[in-house]
Write a protein that binds this ligand. Structure first.
Ligand SMILES: C[S@@+](CC[C@H](N)C(=O)[O-])C[C@H]1O[C@@H](n2cnc3c(N)ncnc32)[C@H](O)[C@@H]1O
Length: 179
């Protein structure tokens, strides 16, 4: 999925969910874009690994940031190459505005016991409002809940139109690994 718009403020849900993170948590930011979540989390003392296929914007954004010492940038194609971090576990895995279904099991498997998966992206129905419209990049109804493995507790799940007036259809999941 391509990201053409570059936002700089973190999603409010990620800001809210960050309260669940322990101090100095290790966080994996998937398809991190220009790093709006990676840098926000790093500035709060978390140690972030930020992956993207194109790390140009991420490198540029971290240049001026005092917190950039907390960000490890990994350039990797998540759809056409082997998983770049085999065996590595994180206190949290964060995914915003990105969907590649084949990757979902790997994302859950990368969460350490006690850790969290924070996932938020567009869902079916979004095509009424704008991009993405391709069903490959739109979550199906309940999809994130349905793919959550049994060793996770679903702490929060929501889906539906967002904005007033509505401007997108999104789905989000906060899940914690119990074992
Ligand atoms: C819409 S942006 C979201 C960026 C960030 N998560 C955010 O919320 O600001 C989608 C990101 O996915 C990245 N991406 C797309 N295909 C990818 C792939 N095959 N491997 C790694 N990253 C990819 C793009 O480079 C882009 O930065």
């Amino acid at each position: 999925m391509d990201g053409h718009h570059r936002q700089s403020t973190p999603e409010p849900t990620i800001v809210g969910w960050a309260q669940h993170l322990r101090a100095n948590a290790t966080v994996l930011d998937i398809a991190a874009g220009a790093g709006r979540h990676a840098l926000w989390l790093a500035a709060r003392g978390h140690r972030v690994t930020a992956i993207d296929r194109d790390t140009t914007a991420l490198r540029q954004a971290t240049l001026a940031e005092p917190a950039s010492a907390n960000v490890c940038i990994v350039q990797a194609d998540l759809e056409n190459a082997p998983w770049p971090l085999p065996e590595e576990l994180f206190d949290a895995v964060v995914v915003v505005n990105y969907l590649w279904r084949d990757l979902l099991p790997t994302l859950f498997a990368s969460v350490a016991p006690g850790g969290h998966l924070l996932y938020e992206t567009f869902a079916v129905g979004n095509e009424r409002y704008g991009r993405p419209r391709n069903p490959d990049f739109l979550l199906r109804a309940n999809e994130l809940q349905d793919v959550t493995p049994p060793e996770f507790d679903v702490l929060e799940f929501a889906q539906g139109e967002v904005g007033d007036p509505p401007c997108a259809v999104r789905q989000r999941l906060l899940a914690q690994r119990t074992s």
